[in-house]
Design a protein around this ligand. Structure first.
Ligand code: PLP
Length: 395
């Protein structure tokens, strides 16, 4: 029933008054015909751009064959996807789900269950970090801990010790007999494109090994090729985790997520301990497989690395030309952030006026997350638009 006082769509998003009709590679075409260079990629999702021919063909072929059967049966597309994720990563086993938050929920459950199965059920606390974002479920907002996420949703899930990002002494101070795991984004995304220092990540690995804890990475935003390596932690020179959540770019726009883990970390996850109706269905698995076809093709990630270096150099030059607007360039590869002096929302709005889509993040950062398929020429077009934006903002 329509109610004039309540919009039919729950107003939990502050939406920009702009709608798109179609996408072509790195370009989005609005319903009014304007063309935008997409440096947002649906918040790091459309890694292969829009309407990538291989993804379209795979989706269409699978859609005509079989969408969903449930996890009551074997799913060959899912088994192939699992084999490929295992073959391309530290993981020995994977669980498929539908979103980043679900992937991180699975990570939390796997970590707790590991200690339960090893006779230490009291080990259920997880160290997490300020500025983190792991999703919008009760467990993932409790893990991140920020008031803007948790206010009004009490009681939160117990068992998270939230400490400053990068602060090793603070981590050591909260470790105790009840600690189960340490969980972090190797590059904080929503928090403002903040890479964890390499030495910090090595120290966390050392602490986990020393105390029998599990190291959990959230690669929902920084993973799947964005850094020029398949996973962000690899680009940072960091050690492997025991458990890792991925999503976003894995489906290239189709909802799919996954929890990757070692066999040891998975030791508590016996039959019946976790599940998902939709997770890993034939349609999602086929599309994620098609994303991997492109990403893992010889040379593709090297190209991303090259594009990322090109973007990074261009952004450093931009910052040098406009020190009154750009305070700092952050990130790696094609996951970049500009910490700006004016409000990031104003910079993003001005960029839109110039035909460039970006995404705001915390810490007054403007995120630049172009499709991994972007060309050098298209990066230059984006840099030129940013140059005009900065010149106008400075004036
Ligand atoms: N983890 C990280 C690092 C993210 O950036 C996000 C989403 O932005 C999530 C988890 C949650 O993913 P989803 O929105 O698919 O639930």
């Amino acid at each position: 029933m329509q109610n004039a006082a309540v919009p039919s769509l729950l107003p939990v998003y502050k939406r920009i008054d702009l709608a798109f009709e179609r996408g072509e590679g790195v370009w989005l075409v609005a319903t009014d015909g304007r063309r935008f260079l997409d440096f947002g990629s649906g918040i790091a999702v459309n890694g292969l751009g829009h309407a990538h021919p291989h993804l379209v063909a795979t989706l269409q072929a699978q859609a005509a064959k079989l969408w969903h059967v449930s996890n009551l049966y074997r799913i060959p597309e899912l088994e192939r996807l699992a084999d490929r994720l295992v073959g391309a990563s530290f993981a020995e086993t994977v669980f498929l789900c539908n979103s980043g938050a679900e992937a991180m929920e699975a990570c939390i459950k796997v970590a707790r269950r590991y200690h339960f199965a090893n006779g230490r059920p009291e080990r259920n606390r997880i160290v997490t970090f300020e500025g983190a974002f792991h999703g919008r479920t009760m467990a993932t907002i409790s893990a991140a801990g920020a008031q803007r996420l948790t206010e009004g949703f009490a009681p939160l899930l117990h068992g998270f010790d939230n400490v400053p990002f990068g602060d090793l002494d603070a981590v050591k101070a909260v470790l105790g007999d009840q600690t189960a795991a340490i969980m972090l984004e190797p590059i904080q995304g929503e928090g403002g494109i903040r890479p964890a220092p390499e030495a910090f990540l090595h120290s966390l690995r050392g602490l986990c090994d020393e105390h029998g804890l599990l190291l959990v990475y959230d690669e929902v935003q920084c993973g799947i090729g964005r850094t020029g390596r398949l996973f962000g932690y690899e680009a940072l020179g960091a050690p492997t985790p025991d458990i890792m959540g991925i999503a976003k770019g894995l489906g290239g726009g189709f909802p799919v997520g996954a929890c990757l883990m070692t066999g040891r970390a998975a030791s508590g996850m016996s039959q019946g301990t976790h599940g998902s109706t939709f997770g890993g269905n034939p349609l999602a698995s086929a599309v994620a497989g098609a994303v991997l076809d492109v990403l893992l093709a010889p040379g593709f990630l090297d190209e991303v690395m090259d594009r990322g270096d090109h973007l990074g150099a261009g952004l450093e030059a931009l910052a040098a030309r406009h020190p009154g607007v750009v305070e700092q360039v952050r990130g790696r590869g094609l996951i970049r952030g500009l910490k700006v002096h004016p409000s990031n929302a104003e910079v993003a709005a001005k960029a839109r006026e110039h035909g460039l889509l970006t995404v705001a993040a915390a810490d007054n950062v403007v995120r630049l997350l172009p499709p991994l398929t972007i060309s050098r020429d298209e990066i230059d077009q984006g840099l030129e638009m940013l140059d005009r934006v900065c010149a106008e903002m400075a004036a």
